[in-house]
Design a protein around this ligand. Structure first.
Ligand SMILES: *[C@@H]1O[C@H](CO)[C@@H](O)[C@H](O)[C@H]1NC(C)=O
Ligand SMILES: *[C@@H]1O[C@H](CO)[C@@H](O)[C@H](O)[C@H]1NC(C)=O
Ligand SMILES: *[C@@H]1O[C@H](CO)[C@@H](O)[C@H](O)[C@H]1NC(C)=O
Ligand SMILES: *[C@@H]1O[C@H](CO)[C@@H](O)[C@H](O)[C@H]1NC(C)=O
Ligand SMILES: *[C@@H]1O[C@H](CO)[C@@H](O)[C@H](O)[C@H]1NC(C)=O
Ligand SMILES: [Ca+2]
Length: 441
């Protein structure tokens, strides 16, 4: 009885992710493994039940490896160096593997050895082939990185015309290459394993390496309660907690912002909007760096839910949502509108928040020449000159007078009516949340 191919594949993919986690977090997991590491450069873990015929799914873990990916042009050099290191590592691995192979052959119990590579009879040859495959993969990656670097050189000096999608696609390209490479490394045959750790150690070590990039990944594994979950949108960066809405329109939403009672002050400086603030279960801003990572990792759609003090509930849906990094001042990109609340983000030619930079009371990146919209309207937002929407405005429990700095959505029925000294209304609740475009609940 042979295990189906996908079974092995999925455990290898888990291993690939785990590998990236280890690469990132060189404190805890690695200390844990200090002993095994001292004796062997790579480690095998079983990742499921063996079949009766002796085929076992398992995965290989390698020593920590750090591959820094470019945030800017200059970092490309570093990546090339890292790839060089990778090449050396592959050579060392190959040597280690050959040494180990001899010993492994001695230790092997005939019949039910748990160390056979599923789907391959001659594990030895398969191991060598794998190493060779990996080597050619490394040199291919290396030359592709060189090409990408040349490409960047051509673009260098024309930063203005270098559109964001370009930079992102290069970053994503390198990301996917490294992910692929990691996959290959991890699927190396585990010939060394019998030497590295006792069978008991192998069996007792849990395998839980899957990465959840956003709330939709939790939905996919069956989580249905709206709760706080930990996500890792970018395996190279840290993970963090988010609130997941598993109810609205099928669920799977990662909530970026919530207003409901005025318990959190939203008049805050750049650093606060960058890092995030508030209480994930009540009112909060998730943080621009996190929003950037989430919207970079997958194509996202944005849903905005609004409610006024009369109990009217409306929503806006944008079929694309992306927030650039801090270097690009967290510039907003929204796609086509659909919904009931009106397209206040793209109100008209003069009031359009799409493609605008983020401004805060202490950082003026807006299009208003004679002042700072963020200071005037007490908020961090993608101000134009200045606004047709401001969901981070002040929380008012009732109608107010003066500067229109409340929670504002310009297309809300009656909200934009201009009576110079009259009362203005504010929204009671607001929520912004994202979900992968291709997610099907
Ligand atoms: C590593 O993981 C531990 C616990 O999982 C966490 O406390 C620590 O902050 C992480 N370190 C880094 C650098 O991410
Ligand atoms: C790695 O790349 C190859 C060729 O580009 C592709 O066929 C393969 O599916 C990729 N593997 C993964 C895990 O992405
Ligand atoms: C919110 O914070 C700002 C800046 O720290 C402060 O000026 C303002 O008074 C605070 N508002 C409330 C309602 O506490
Ligand atoms: C991601 O990494 C970058 C650079 O290392 C850092 O500036 C940023 O704050 C990180 N983002 C998060 C959400 O940890
Ligand atoms: C709005 O989006 C929903 C969900 O994607 C879709 O079912 C509906 O047809 C869209 N409506 C319009 C007018 O595009
Ligand atoms: Ca200004």
């Amino acid at each position: 009885m042979k295990l189906p191919e996908w079974y092995w594949l999925s455990s290898a993919v888990l291993a690939a992710y785990g590998f990236l986690v280890v690469a990132n977090n060189d404190t805890e997991e690695i200390q844990d493994d200090e002993r095994a590491k001292a004796t062997c450069p790579m480690r095998l873990e079983s990742s499921g039940k063996c079949s009766e015929a002796g085929g076992c799914p398992y995965q290989v873990s390698l020593p920590p490896l750090t591959v820094q990916l470019p945030q800017a042009f200059g970092r490309m050099e570093e990546v090339l160096k890292e790839v060089q290191n990778l090449k050396e590592m592959v050579n060392n691995l190959r040597k280690a593997c050959q040494d180990c192979k001899l010993q492994a052959d001695d230790n092997r119990e005939p019949g039910r050895n748990g160390l056979r590579f599923p789907g391959t009879g001659a594990a030895g040859e398969a191991g060598d082939n794998r190493v060779e495959e990996l080597e050619s993969e490394v040199s291919r990656l290396s030359s592709e990185l060189k090409n990408a670097k040349d490409e960047l050189h051509v673009l260098h000096g024309r930063l203005d015309s270098l559109s964001l999608p370009n930079m992102n696609s290069i970053e994503n390209y390198v990301d996917s290459k490294v992910a692929n490479l990691t996959f290959v490394v991890n699927s190396l045959d585990g010939k060394c394993s019998s030497k590295c750790a006792s069978q008991e150690q192998i069996q007792s070590r849990p395998v839980q390496h899957l990465i959840y990039k956003d709330c939709s990944d939790y939905y996919v594994i069956g989580k249905r309660s709206s709760e706080i979950y930990r996500v890792t949108p970018d395996p190279k960066n840290s993970s963090f907690e988010v609130y997941c809405d598993m109810e609205t329109m099928g669920g799977g939403w990662t909530v970026l912002q919530a207003r409901l009672d005025g318990s959190t002050n939203f008049t805050r400086p750049w650093q606060d909007y960058k890092a995030g603030f508030g209480n994930l279960r009540r009112e909060f801003w998730l943080g621009n760096d996190k929003i950037h990572l989430l919207t970079k990792s997958k194509e996202m759609i944005l849903r905005i839910d609004l409610e006024d003090f009369n109990g009217v509930k409306l929503y806006a849906l944008y079929n694309q949502f992306y927030v650039a990094n801090e270097f690009l001042k967290y510039r907003l990109h929204v796609g086509h509108y659909n919904g009931t609340a009106g397209d206040a983000l793209r109100f008209n030619k003069h009031y359009n928040h799409d493609l605008k930079f983020f401004s805060t009371p202490d950082r003026d990146n807006d299009r208003y020449p004679s002042g700072n919209c963020g200071r005037y309207y007490s908020s961090g937002w993608w101000f134009d000159a200045c606004l047709s929407a401001n969901l981070n405005g002040k929380y008012y429990h009732q109608k107010y007078k003066g500067v229109r700095n409340g929670i504002f959505w310009g297309t809300w029925p009656g909200m934009s009516e201009a009576q110079p000294n009259g009362y203005k209304s504010s929204l009671k609740e607001a929520k912004m949340m994202i979900r992968p475009k291709h997610f099907k609940p």
